[in-house]
Design a protein around this ligand. Structure first.
Ligand code: DLL
Length: 433
């Protein structure tokens, strides 16, 4: 079944016609009601009237995460605060977080996006959806929840955690759809194995998973363990939350909801727009957003756009599974971590050299970070007590900075490889690409 055939199967001309109209409207609205855009466009002498065709979007400047942070908390809102009925915030921990505000209309649109995606996954009103995404500032919990209501499915708002209870609920309630992040899914599978749960008896119909990077091997592993197909869900707080793009049964890219978002792929160094199927950084524009508007947002996510009609019958463009980032952000346990935060914490401590390496692993299906830091010569030849003191101090500072517990290992001076170009700070051994 297709939730909204009129849009999801529209011709390219129809889609582009809708997009142009919506783009013109939203640029006008942003210019008129959001001081950030008014100032930026005026400075560059670009005006809403300059958008005559879709390609004209390239005349507009990009919006970055820093721009959004500078307008923290409500600077991107385009309506009176009293119209906003819900707030969410990104999980990122660098500086100020990014805030997303929703009017009733936005919540309705968000529900529609997820409804389309859940329908793609074969979910309908007969299903029981166990939503393990966090209900809170994270957009995952509520976003999926609203969409589940929209299609009339039964939603179990269990949120993250209580992992043994999750398994019990799956069995007792006969959950037919699981929603999780890949790493949490793998962890649940491990627990289920310990408890000798037979997934053949649970009869899962589908799994929706996203919010972090994963590999095709990981999908296979999840599908084998849970005995159900797993579909990719993509989204980000800045633009709306989950549901911006979701996979259909063909599992060949994620259908982006093009009447809500205008996707572009750019070369992340030059900012120049790339052609279809070319790999680059995904840039997204809200085409339909009531409470705020984000135009040409640099997601930093690496993808490609495929405009070919899909074998599922839908014509909406598909974005390729995210395979990397154009910055060095890593998502660990669902939390966005930047090496610069770790560096900041390390450099607060005396007795160490500014050479470090961040090693991300997934030894027991859960992400772990180990940070190797070079001790100074003096410290290294000191007593073990002093080394432990320095190590613990760094661990404390890092936990404060990123909100995650990490393991710090002090290594010999000059033992971390030096690089002539950009230092390789992060070694991601999770094999997600
Ligand atoms: O992670 C929204 C979401 C919730 C998506 C639940 C899917 C399911 P943020 O916390 O703002 O929002 O993080 C957004 O996470 O720019 C990507 O780098 C990464 N990301 C999200 N979905 C995927 C995915 C939510 N399916 C950032 N594959 C994005 C790879 C993903 N990376």
């Amino acid at each position: 079944m297709i939730w909204n055939e009129k849009i999801e199967c529209a011709s390219r001309e129809e889609i582009e016609e809708i997009q142009l109209k919506k783009l013109q409207n939203i640029v006008k609205k942003a210019y008129k009601t959001i001081p950030y855009y008014h100032k930026k466009y005026s400075e560059l002498e670009i005006y809403p009237e300059d958008i005559q065709e879709l390609k004209d979007i390239e005349k507009l400047p990009f919006t970055t995460k820093d721009d959004l942070r500078e307008s923290y908390p409500f600077g991107m809102f385009s309506v009176d605060k009293k119209e906003i009925i819900e707030l969410h915030s990104s999980s990122g921990t660098t500086g100020k977080p990014v805030v997303s505000g929703y009017t009733q209309k936005d919540i309705d649109h968000w529900s529609e996006l997820i409804a389309r995606g859940l329908t793609m996954m074969g979910v309908d009103e007969n299903d029981i959806i166990q939503n393990t995404h966090g209900y809170g500032l994270f957009t995952g919990g509520f976003g999926v929840h609203y969409g589940a209501h929209k299609i009339g499915a039964t939603v179990i708002p269990i949120s993250t955690g209580q992992s043994r209870r999750q398994i019990e609920i799956m069995e007792d309630f006969q959950t037919s759809v699981m929603i999780f992040t890949p790493s949490y899914g793998l962890y649940l599978a491990e627990l289920a194995e310990e408890e000798n749960i037979d997934f053949n008896k649970i009869n899962l119909k589908a799994i929706g998973f996203g919010a972090e990077m994963w590999s095709e091997e990981m999908r296979k592993m999840i599908e084998n363990k849970f005995k159900a197909p797993a579909y990719n869900i993509y989204g980000l707080t800045e633009l709306m939350g989950p549901g911006i793009a979701i996979e259909c049964p063909s599992q060949e890219g994620l259908h982006i909801q093009e009447d809500y978002f205008y996707p572009e792929i750019i070369d992340s160094k030059t900012g120049i727009t790339k052609g279809s199927n070319e790999k680059g950084e995904l840039v997204l524009t809200n085409l339909e957003r009531d409470g705020m508007a984000v135009i040409r947002f640099r997601t930093k996510d690496i993808s490609a756009i495929n405009y070919q009609e899909c074998s599922c019958g839908r014509t909406t463009a598909r974005i390729k599974r995210i395979t990397g980032r154009s910055d060095d952000m890593i998502k660990v346990k669902g939390v966005a971590v930047f090496p610069s935060q770790i560096e900041k914490a390390i450099l607060k401590v005396n007795g160490i050299e500014p050479h470090y390496q961040i090693i991300v692993t997934r030894p027991h299906l859960m992400d772990e970070i180990e940070i190797k830091v070079e001790a100074s010569k003096e410290i290294f030849s000191d007593e073990i007590k002093e080394l432990i003191r320095v190590k613990t101090k760094i661990e404390e500072y890092i936990a404060n900075e990123i909100g995650l517990k990490v393991k710090v290992t002090l290594v010999e001076p000059k033992s971390i490889p030096r690089s002539e170009g950009k230092a390789v700070r992060v070694i991601d051994k999770r094999n997600l690409h």
